[in-house]
Design a protein. Structure first.
Length: 464
């Protein structure tokens, strides 16, 4: 059987279980250059489509070097836009990670470290900045950790969880811990309805996709096998086709030529590399290395690859800078526009800015004492500090990995590089001493009602 899917310049064919990609002339966007990227701020017609694929690990996308062709849509958008090849999530747990992404602050500074914590109302969120600049703002989500009760709806005129439809024939959800209703096609249906109502206005549309999180796929994408890891790949391919459908709707309504497309993730996923499966447990590379791709209202030829280490706290400073809008206040992240320009011109950029990922291991249990684990990444090195609950005992576990000689970061080389370990240890300890800005200095706690708690249990989380 041959199934064709046409999206933004890609014809995807499933032939005898092998994925082939044929570039066509269907992409309606004109060709552009790096100078057009810089000139976006001078335009007053550019929309923003923010696609967040939950639980998407960068190394499982073909454009990030994966041998399987799991991601033709991601691949095409990367080949005609900007791909950030070494991009770090700030946590391996959704709520902590998203709080950092939206505010541009590291987790220690957002204060959103445990299940009850919420982003304070005083936060200045990107949707508020865009709304105040005249954008219609809408968020469509299926993950309960980004629910309005946790402060993530600020600035959105519409912020809804779409109505769930029964799983169509041929769909499979094979994560035994997930019982979430519906599929990401429900999100796309709601997004298409938003475009019908507001596509002629300038808008910001955020869609938060969950099918990869729940290992959901359909018969067309069931081509990689039946192991736990294979099923994840099937789900990535399925989600790629869902994004295909969304971008096709943009193309059909002549919106792709005036939309900045941001393709991001909140965290990755582990597959037993260190005896751990899933996420929200550690901050090793498999749970924190994620994709970031920017697609523009024009096609770049060739696309730009940014090799310099980047971070989720940089995403919104970059988007706002591209649009010429006000900055996020007090952000730890910074705009990557100058790095994009340097990469386009082949100019080296120093890779000496440290990047942090942070998980509070007691995040789901308020009675647990603090047990932070922090990763500091600088250059090719990643230092991981795990602290015990009793800080007075000075009990800790430390490890150091060098991706330049060990790309999978499996070998602890801390004894081989004591000077580097000392430098990154000091950075990790200093990070844990940082304090939030005044507006975030008082942690907001939210008491979940039973409906919200049940939704989170459906995601597989142990919520009290």
């Amino acid at each position: 059987m041959v199934v064709g899917v046409l999206l933004a310049g890609i014809l995807v064919l499933y032939l005898s279980g092998v994925l082939a990609i044929e570039v066509t002339n269907a992409d309606p966007r004109p060709k552009g250059t790096v100078d057009d990227i810089v000139a976006l701020r001078e335009r007053n017609d550019v929309n923003v489509l923010f696609i967040l694929t939950d639980t998407l690990r960068a190394s499982r996308l073909h454009t990030y070097g994966y041998e399987r062709e799991t991601s033709p849509t991601f691949d095409y958008m990367a080949s005609t836009g900007v791909k950030f090849s070494r991009h770090l999530a700030q946590s391996s747990w959704t709520k902590c990670s998203m709080a950092s992404l939206w505010t541009g602050l590291y987790p220690q500074r957002t204060g959103v470290l445990r299940a009850a914590h919420a982003t304070p109302e005083a936060a200045r969120m990107p949707a508020e900045i865009l709304r105040d600049a005249g954008f219609r703002t809408a968020g469509i989500w299926r993950n309960g950790w980004v629910a309005p009760s946790f402060g993530f709806s600020q600035g959105f005129e519409v912020y809804d969880k779409p109505a769930s439809k029964p799983l169509p024939a041929g769909f499979r959800a094979e994560n035994p811990h997930i019982t979430l209703d519906g599929t990401d096609n429900d999100v796309v249906d709601a997004a298409v309805e938003f475009l019908r109502a507001h596509g002629r206005e300038r808008f910001f549309l955020y869609v938060h996709l969950m099918d990869v999180h729940q290992y959901l796929y359909d018969s067309k994408s069931a081509i990689f096998g039946g192991t736990y890891s294979d099923i994840y790949d099937n789900s990535v391919l399925h989600t790629d086709s869902v994004i295909n459908r969304l971008l096709t709707a943009f193309a059909e309504q002549n919106l792709l030529q005036k939309t900045l497309v941001v393709m991001a993730a909140d965290h990755g996923e582990a597959f037993g590399e260190r005896g751990i499966e899933g996420h929200a447990r550690e901050v090793y590379l498999e749970e924190t290395e994620i994709p970031l791709i920017l697609g523009f209202p024009f096609r770049l030829d060739p696309g730009i690859v940014v090799e310099t280490r980047t971070r989720n706290v940089d995403v919104w400073p970059t988007v706002l800078d591209l649009l010429g809008l006000p900055k996020l206040p007090d952000a730890d992240g910074y705009s990557l526009v100058s790095i994009i320009r340097a990469a386009a011109r082949g100019k080296p950029v120093p890779d000496d800015v440290p990047a942090y990922a942070h998980l509070e291991r007691g995040w789901g249990r308020p009675e647990y004492p603090s047990r932070p684990v922090v990763a500091v990444t600088k250059g090719s090195f990643r230092f991981i500090l795990q602290l015990a609950p009793d800080a007075a005992s000075h009990a800790r576990i430390e490890s150091l990995f060098d991706a330049s000689t060990d790309p999978d970061e499996r070998r602890n080389v801390i004894e081989d590089h004591p000077e580097i370990a000392a430098e990154l240890r000091q950075l990790a300890e200093a990070y844990l001493e940082t304090r939030p800005p005044e507006w975030a200095s008082k942690t907001v706690d939210v008491e979940l009602d039973e409906v919200e708690a049940e939704q989170l249990r459906a995601l597989g989380y142990a919520v009290p």
